[in-house]
Design a protein around this ligand. Structure first.
Ligand code: PEP
Ligand code: MG
Length: 324
């Protein structure tokens, strides 16, 4: 089994009926670069930049960030690297940047909200990313977007960062592809408007599931409520997939849902073709893809998603799952 997984690292990610699937890596630390390469990731679908911010005693300056991002970008020659701006708050705190006590941190001052309220930190980070973009194929991703106004403000921040760098005569890429995370449920009914402002979508099921089902992703007391196979979750994912398809925007799923074989099966059946996961899952996902007939899966999932009960969905997917 291990020998076989080793072989799969080098093979393309392809279904039994010959459809290519894009498998990228979620990374956080520089040490993840080698793990991603070793497991045959097609670039990075999600670089969580808060990790380097958390590992330090204070905010890294622009050159520190540039050097770090450049190292990540150069780790994936010829492949896409998706750099997400700071996503602190919720469960992720910076020791040197204490947010006010909040009763509901996941509903509170987190992620892009913190960035938009701290333009110096935000624009400095974007400048570093635009500088690093010269060294590869970089995409810029904004988390926790819940309105068109926020997406517009993010675009304005990119314009400001590029103007600052131009003023300093520092080399950079001004026309970097921009994307938003789809992880707050409100983003989905407005996704057609968001599509006019961005080049790609990144579907964050970790947060999307918690916000749709009102079940804290880290609270064991409500684990049974945190259910990625809940019919409301699947219907919501189908909706964003169709909007992405109609508007011609790439949609990459970067939540943990794709690491569960039943979750992956459902997502493939719904039409998703790009996934970003922790890299050690990639060979196992490839092994599963090789045994999946996509056409058949799509037909079956089409019926399954309209079932009302999650346990029924689960058992139908279980039956659909190819045996080893
Ligand atoms: C998500 O919310 O699904 C996601 C990928 O981002 P994070 O886990 O960093 O919140
Ligand atoms: Mg998230």
């Amino acid at each position: 089994e291990l020998g076989r997984l080793d072989e799969l690292r080098k093979l393309p990610a392809r279904t039994a009926d010959g459809v290519d699937i894009v498998l990228r890596a979620n990374i956080g630390l520089v040490s993840d670069i080698e793990i991603a390469r070793h497991n045959g990731a097609r670039g990075v679908g999600l670089y969580r930049t808060e990790f380097p911010y958390m590992a330090r005693g204070g905010f890294p300056d622009r050159d520190d960030q540039y050097r770090l991002y450049r190292k990540v970008v150069e780790g994936f020659p010829g492949e896409v690297v998706t750099i997400r701006t700071l996503d602190i708050g919720g469960d992720k705190a910076l020791p040197y940047f204490a947010p006010p006590e909040e009763d509901n941190p996941f509903m509170g001052w987190r992620s892009v909200r913190v960035s938009l309220d701290n333009p110096d930190i935000f624009i400095t980070q974007i400048e570093a990313i635009l500088m690093a973009a010269r060294h590869g194929d970089v995409r810029l991703l904004f988390p926790m977007i819940s309105s068109v106004e926020e997406a517009l403000a993010c675009r304005q921040a990119v314009r400001q960062a590029a103007a600052n760098l131009a003023g300093e005569e520092i080399e950079h890429v001004a026309d970097i592809p921009l994307g938003v995370m789809i992880e707050v449920p409100a983003a989905i009914p407005i996704a057609r408007h968001l599509a006019e402002l961005v080049d790609f979508f990144a579907l964050g099921t970790n947060d999307l599931v918690q916000y749709l089902l009102a079940a804290d992703r880290g609270n064991p007391l409500v684990r049974k409520y945190y259910d990625p196979l809940h019919p409301a979750v699947l219907a919501t994912i189908r909706q964003i997939h169709l909007i992405a398809r109609d508007t011609g925007r790439a949609l990459c799923l970067c939540g943990e849902m794709a690491t569960d074989p039943l979750g992956l099966l459902a997502l493939l059946g719904l039409g998703l073709r790009e996934f970003s996961t922790p890299a050690p899952y990639i060979p196992r996902i490839k092994a599963l893809l090789q045994r999946i007939n996509l056409e058949q899966t799509a037909r079956a999932v089409d019926e399954i998603v309209d079932l009302g009960e999650s346990h029924e969905i689960r058992s139908r997917l279980q039956r659909l799952l190819p045996k080893d």
